[in-house]
Design a binder for this molecule. Structure first.
Ligand code: ZN
Length: 181
């Protein structure tokens, strides 16, 4: 069994009017992420929807100084984008599907993700979503440090920063030993 992490593929990060959107590069991932989700769900791989969570007023959160408010609890901005949302609705009750709130860039920071992977004997994880050079990067670094094998799907990741996206893809390969498909 392997795991697929779908990271921050929400309206705020992807939709044209999203609060912190990747815009078109993010929207172009929609079909790829949906198809990969359906394929890995059919294999009963472990499907994790790792989703940024913020509170309306949170002066203590470090991102409050860096970014406009985004992915606020119970808002449309925090809902999954497009057909990925549809795919989630179809499989969300399955035992191999896990919705995981996270409050930092890395999906491992302050979450039980490593425990969830280890109790399933999963050593290999696949990453898709946004942004390549922020949440995907920090998740990949923690996965590397935790000893997981990481595969990044190039057609499944994007950023609002083209240079950052390219840099991160090289970093995954050259410094983290990840597979970039
Ligand atoms: Zn955030």
């Amino acid at each position: 069994m392997e795991a697929l992490l779908i990271i921050d593929y929400t309206n705020d990060f992807v939709a044209t009017n999203g609060a912190l959107t990747c815009g078109e590069p993010g929207q172009q991932l929609e079909t790829y992420i949906t198809d990969l989700t359906v394929k890995m769900a059919a294999q009963k791989d472990f499907i994790v929807f790792a989703c940024d969570l913020h509170e309306q007023e949170d002066p203590y959160h470090p991102e409050s100084k860096l970014f406009p408010p985004h992915n606020i609890r119970d808002t449309d901005g925090r809902k999954l984008y497009g057909t990925v949302a549809t795919a989630y609705e179809h499989i969300k009750e399955e035992p191999y599907v896990y919705w995981m709130d996270k409050t930092r860039y890395s999906s491992f920071a302050g979450t039980n993700l490593a425990l969830k992977l280890r109790e399933r004997n999963i050593t290999s994880i696949h990453l898709v979503g946004v942004c390549t050079d922020i949440c995907i990067l920090h998740t990949a670094i923690d996965a590397y440090n935790e000893g997981f094998t990481v595969t990044i799907h190039e057609k499944g990741v994007a950023s609002f920063n083209a240079a950052g996206h390219e840099w991160a893809l090289n970093h995954f390969k050259n410094s983290l030993g990840a597979k970039v498909l």
